[in-house]
Design a protein. Structure first.
Length: 414
């Protein structure tokens, strides 16, 4: 009987990981739907690349601002409902972008898609935290991160292929329709994703008597603020490498465009491999803070080495691959730490606010790194990214064995 129960538990966990992973893949896939089309849109609408960059800034700004609110809504209405609504909203924004007749129409659609994107992290991670067995949480967070990374890898390939052989409009419309299908798939599995939201405020009879504290008290705690800072720094570093590594390697290091693209691909594939390894490691260690700190330091060192390598160096690609592995390994342990910090506080609130730092870092990175490229400071792209990775390491210590709320004092006898 116990073997049957164990088998059932494994099957359920795998199914939950698969459904949530598919949603996260959709999110990242749609995030990179538009940027590969910028050269086409530049010619189509006669606008500058700075104006096109504003579309992405609006997307991540809306996502970041909406994510904190999404965390509250997740705790109140249920993560699976918000997840379905988010996928559909994001899909509508991307799909309608294929029908616009003027540049300015992309701006409100970017805000729409960004608001849809805001629900994924608080909803996904709340579901995984409640519906996956404790002993497999590290692997669950790894599947979640890996799915998103694969979405980043797949989007440029599919979007540019459809745009090349058909049209950019068809590419965006097709992605929008795919998103609606993804939302329907998640909705059809709602029974698998639903959990008792009362567990967010109480895990025992005594805890049930305590009210969930005010939202500001939760997000204002030192551990949550440090987690917020961690995500700003890591997203800033990763976003800078992901967005401008090709331009930096091509213009500043003298690498051919295809070779520079391969170097970025090595970084992304390395990140995916690191996440997979990190999931296995997170389920086999109690020292998650050490894993996260070591990964950040190693990523900083590797990116720094990439900055110091000479023009046309053969080793830049392998070094960036190692940087991706190092940063990817930290992901599952990082999410375990944040989940621990969220205990008893409303996981949606904590995940929503902390992950809004990711959008803040991702929205500001293009501005600074773009200026560096414009001023022919390609090496500085990697130097700044390395500094951000290094600064992220100390923030992990603030998350170690802490929660967003102080433990209540023992009641005195009357």
């Amino acid at each position: 009987m116990s073997a049957i129960a164990a088998s059932t538990g494994v099957n359920r966990d795998v199914r939950v990981m698969g459904v949530v992973g598919s949603a996260h893949f959709s999110s990242h896939f749609m995030q990179l739907a538009l940027p590969p089309l910028f050269p086409i849109l530049h010619a189509q609408f006669g606008v500058s690349f700075t104006e096109l960059g504003l579309v992405i800034t609006l997307f991540y700004t809306a996502s970041g601002l909406g994510q904190a609110l999404a965390g509250v809504l997740v705790d109140r209405f249920g993560a699976h409902r918000l997840l379905v609504a988010g996928i559909a909203t994001m899909g509508v924004g991307v799909g309608l972008a294929g029908l616009v007749s003027a540049y300015w129409m992309l701006l409100p659609l970017a805000v729409c898609a960004g608001l849809g994107n805001s629900v994924f992290h608080p909803a996904d991670l709340s579901i995984l935290s409640r519906r996956v067995s404790e002993g497999r949480l590290g692997r669950a967070f790894a599947v979640h991160g890996l799915s998103g990374t694969l979405g980043f890898v797949a989007a440029p390939l599919l979007v540019t292929t459809i745009a090349t052989y058909a049209s950019w409009r068809l590419a965006l419309i097709a992605i929008g329709l795919y998103a609606l299908g993804s939302a329907a798939f998640v909705h059809s599995n709602r029974g698998l994703l639903t959990y008792d939201r009362r567990l967010e405020s109480a895990s025992s009879g005594a805890a049930a008597m305590r009210r969930i504290p005010a939202y500001l008290a939760v997000i204002g705690s030192p551990v949550v603020m440090m987690g917020f800072a961690y995500f700003i720094l890591t997203a800033f570093a990763g976003g800078g490498v992901q967005t401008f590594a090709v331009a930096a390697l091509n213009t500043g290091y003298g690498l051919a465009l295809n070779v520079a693209t391969l170097a970025l691909t090595a970084y992304l594939v390395g990140t995916a491999c690191g996440i997979a390894l990190g999931g296995l490691l997170a389920d086999r260690t109690a020292s998650h803070h050490k894993v996260a700190m070591a990964g950040m330091v190693a990523a900083a060192v590797c990116v720094l080495v990439a900055a110091l390598l000479g023009s046309g160096s053969f080793f830049i690609g392998p070094v960036l691959a190692l940087a991706g592995i190092a940063s990817g390994i930290t992901g599952p342990s990082r999410d375990v730490l944040i989940r621990r910090a969220a205990a008893g506080s409303g996981m949606g609130k904590v995940f929503g606010f902390v992950y809004s730092g990711f959008d803040l870092g991702a929205s500001t990175a293009p501005l600074l790194f773009g200026v560096l490229i414009d001023h022919h400071l390609a090496h500085a792209v990697f130097l700044v990214a390395a500094a951000a990775y290094a600064l992220a390491a100390p923030t992990v210590m603030q998350v170690r064995q802490r929660t967003a709320l102080p433990q209540p004092a023992a009641a005195s006898a009357d």
